[in-house]
Design a binder for this molecule. Sequence first.
Ligand code: G
Ligand code: G
Ligand code: MN
Ligand code: NA
Length: 250
Amino acid sequence: RMLERDLRLALQNDEFEVHYQPIVDMATGRVSCFEALLRWTHPERGAVSPAEFIPLAEEIGLIGEIGAWVLQRACDAAAGWPAHVRIAVNLSPAQFRSQLLLDQVAQALSQAGLDPQRLELEITESVLLRQSELVLSILKQLRGMGVRVSMDDFGTGYSSLGYLRSFPFDKIKIDRSFIRDIEKSGDALSIVRAITGLGTSLGMTTTAEGVETFEQLNQLRSEGCNEVQGFYYSPAVRLDAVPALLDGIG
Ligand code: G
Ligand code: G
Ligand code: MN
Ligand code: NA
């Protein structure tokens, strides 16, 4: 496959870029975190979505190398931001197949000189699908290093609730499908309310993804959601546009 061949060359050809989407703390109205989102500009095709190339990278065994690169880039970037601003990095299930991830995280933090408390790792429940000892042990060691762990896309999988019992997540990110329907659908609102209540009682931060309107923002505020992320504030931007967001939001 052509795309596969090109993906293998993308790192060395410097075709990847990490973009950063702000996450806003409801209590202060200020940016508390940025999520690192990988972008690939293919020389002929232009932008290729991570939804397309991340699964391919997993399939052909490239995700470890790409994931380590994103981690380093993201930690280096965050080291240049104010100390109250954290960085969130997405991890794929394939990155949990060995202890190598622990070395990569430790390496990225020390090379960047970043406080581990400022790094959040986002995993989806597909990481926990196999309730393997290895995955849980890696997650515990990451938390032991002081790194935070978030459950991404919460509510979309088969047993999101069950996974909350298997590991003490720091944060729950409510999937954007629920936020999208929060005004039209009483059911979506009920689900958001339940997740927020659950997170609060478990001592986890709750973050709403995909917030696009002022009405959604207000609704989420009255539900007691802790953080919001979405196009209402900003899409993911290049590193050089981060300072303007830090100044402009809040
Ligand atoms: O950035 P959005 O624009 O298109 O991202 C699409 C999907 O790709 C999301 O599910 C997001 O979590 C995932 N994604 C983006 N960047 C990364 C990355 O660096 N690593 C992994 N594993 N997934 C990523
Ligand atoms: O799976 P994950 O939550 O990591 O994916 C983040 C994805 O969500 C990225 O593709 C990002 O571009 C997208 N995204 C972020 N904010 C919004 C939003 O407000 N609306 C929509 N439709 N997508 C968003
Ligand atoms: Mn994410
Ligand atoms: Na998500």
